[in-house]
Design a protein around this ligand. Structure first.
Ligand SMILES: Nc1ncnc2c1ncn2[C@@H]1O[C@H](COP(=O)(O)OP(=O)(O)OP(=O)(O)O)[C@@H](O)[C@H]1O
Ligand SMILES: C[C@H](N)[C@H](N)CCCCCC(=O)O
Ligand SMILES: [Mg+2]
Length: 220
């Protein structure tokens, strides 16, 4: 195992939620897991508790890891390049890729790299999450919601990823609020996507990512 890029079909679909559950499941299986989110926006330094890096750090069991997990943290809840510019920073894809490569060089069985927004969301003024995924040549764990409309978003993301030769390790459909039936939606997606395994993440306190962890532990 080495690293997975946790990409979303959009923002707020469940990337961090699934990544945290996967971290817990892999740690429970004795694997050395780490996480990295190259840039986070919507980050409140006065109250970082609900932020992506804080949640990832908590799942790792290392709350002090927050600044290491996300070295580039911006306040505005906007695309990273816009949020950074409001604070006088200009994000460059080469810098983000270099940060990710440094994290990849760390000691772990598996590193989860979480993007920002969806596959085609901008990270810089000229580069998207997909450009970073391609630059790093990482396989993707694609996270989708289960809201009405998600099937188009998943299939579109898959086309974009495959157009750049990106390998997809698995798809996780994370149950959205006020959404149609999760199982029915996943079955409807499977009718169009037969190549990649699709795992469900129901909105259930008892759910854990054990099945996904076991699948990934076999290699991807
Ligand atoms: N399966 C689920 N069960 C319970 N809560 C969920 C589930 N999926 C997502 N959520 C909740 O939905 C919200 C958005 O999820 P999350 O923060 O993981 O999205 P994201 O894709 O990481 O967003 P961003 O693009 O900001 O990184 C969070 O409050 C999260 O806890
Ligand atoms: C602030 C939010 N939670 C994410 N971190 C950033 C989402 C950027 C989406 C950009 C876009 O695709 O329009
Ligand atoms: Mg997130």
């Amino acid at each position: 195992m080495s690293a997975l890029f946790v990409a979303g079909t959009g923002t707020d679909v469940g990337k961090t939620h699934v990544a945290c559950a996967l971290i817990r499941a892999l740690k429970a299986r004795g694997l050395a897991v780490d996480a990295f989110k190259p840039v986070v926006s919507g980050f409140d330094p006065a109250d970082p508790s609900g932020s992506d890096p804080a949640r990832l750090a908590e799942a790792l069991g290392d709350p002090a890891a927050l600044p290491r997990i996300s070295p580039r943290r911006y306040r505005a809840p906007l695309a990273p390049n816009l949020a950074a510019r409001l604070e006088g920073d200009v994000l460059r894809i080469d810098d983000l890729a270099a940060d990710c490569r440094a994290a990849l060089a760390g000691a772990h069985d598996l590193l989860l790299v979480e993007g920002a927004g969806g596959v085609m969301s901008p990270l810089t003024d000229q580069a998207t999450n997909l450009d970073l995924i391609a630059a790093l040549d990482l396989p993707v764990l694609l996270i989708a919601g289960s809201y009405l409309g998600t099937i188009s978003h998943v299939l579109t993301a898959l086309i974009a990823l495959r157009a750049r030769g990106v390998r997809i390790a698995a798809i996780v459909m994370s149950e959205s609020l006020d959404a149609p039936d999760l199982v029915q939606t996943a079955d409807a997606l499977r009718a169009f996507e037969r190549e990649t395994p699709i795992f469900l993440a129901p909105r259930d306190e008892a759910w854990d990512a054990g099945e996904l962890a076991d699948h990934l532990a076999k290699g991807f």
